[in-house]
Design a protein around this ligand. Structure first.
Ligand code: GUN
Length: 293
């Protein structure tokens, strides 16, 4: 049976580390880091994620603000709000929760956030720096959190074959870059696979590390995994489940029950990558504050 990579416990460890740094900042007479999240509309999942981020901010001593807007907000109104926050010296980090309503161009919004406050790492300048291996920018929170989890467990990536499934700008693509970069949690040989990949199973069977980020529940089956491989499950799809109080449960991209019998180490859903995403975001916001001091 695979060892469980406990994202919840590791995130608690990192929260304590971040809280210590916040205390040092405020003890020196400086204000605490301040993260603002913008949420447009009423998507239940997005609301849960944004509120979890705000709660985590409070826990580590950050100021966390959520600004709610109805899905009738125009793109111009939203961009005006982003610009207002860009100019506010008391705010270090800004994220706009995605997805946005169809009448709003997500790229226009993510490129309007100044790179210095773009703690999601979605701005072209931050993505470009990541691609060049330049650490002065911000890395998307989920891939960053995953590398922190790998590092915590002492999982060697150098020289390993890492197979990333999914090429999204939020997870798959930045994850593939991080794992291939010349860094402590990089130096892997990376294959980035996607919906047009042929013979996917032949490729995943060669993987020492699999990162599944496609958003399709139970996509990675046991016959796709090499015995002993490390399996990182980024999926968080809500599936209807009347036996649960909420009426739904979270499902990962990996068939956990079957794959945990084959893999060497595996992240559960929930309690794996999700809590580490929040750590990635807190880490970036702390850096944003420290860079101003
Ligand atoms: N939607 C799904 N993941 C993310 C994320 O990491 N940041 C933002 N802003 N929106 C998301």
């Amino acid at each position: 049976m695979a060892e469980i990579l406990d994202g919840k416990a590791v995130s608690d460890f990192f929260k304590q580390e971040i809280a210590k740094e916040v205390l040092a900042i405020t003890a020196a007479g400086n204000r605490a880091p301040h993260l603002v999240a913008i949420l447009v509309g009423n998507d239940g999942g997005s609301k849960t994620y944004v509120e979890a981020k705000k709660k985590a901010c409070k826990l580590v001593g950050f100021e966390g603000t959520v600004l709610y807007f109805p899905d009738t907000i125009s793109q111009d109104e939203l961009l005006a709000k982003v610009n207002e926050i860009n100019d506010d010296p008391n705010i270090d980090g800004l994220i706009v929760q995605l997805p946005l309503p169809k009448h709003i161009n997500e790229n226009a919004v993510t490129q309007t956030i100044v790179p210095e406050k773009d703690v999601d790492g979605f701005h072209d300048i931050n993505m470009g720096k990541l691609a060049k291996g330049d650490n002065s920018g911000y890395t998307s929170a989920t891939p960053l959190g995953i590398t922190m989890l790998l590092k915590y467990y002492g999982i060697e990536t150098a020289g390993k074959h890492a197979v990333v499934i999914g090429r999204s700008n939020i997870v798959g693509r930045p994850m593939s870059i991080l794992l291939s970069n010349s860094s402590e949690t990089g130096n892997a040989t990376v294959t980035l696979t996607h919906s047009r990949t042929q013979n996917l199973k032949d490729i995943t069977l060669q993987a020492d590390i699999i990162v599944a980020a496609i958003g399709q529940p139970n996509f990675v089956s046991a016959d796709m995994v090499k015995p002993g491989a490390i399996v990182i499950d980024v999926g968080i799809t809500r599936l209807d489940d009347s036996s649960k109080k909420a009426g739904w449960r979270l499902a990962g991209d990996v068939d956990f029950a079957a794959v945990e019998k084959i893999a060497g180490k595996i992240t559960p859903v929930p309690g794996g990558v999700g809590p580490m995403t929040v750590i990635g975001l807190l880490y970036n916001t702390l850096q944003a504050r420290k860079r101003q001091l």
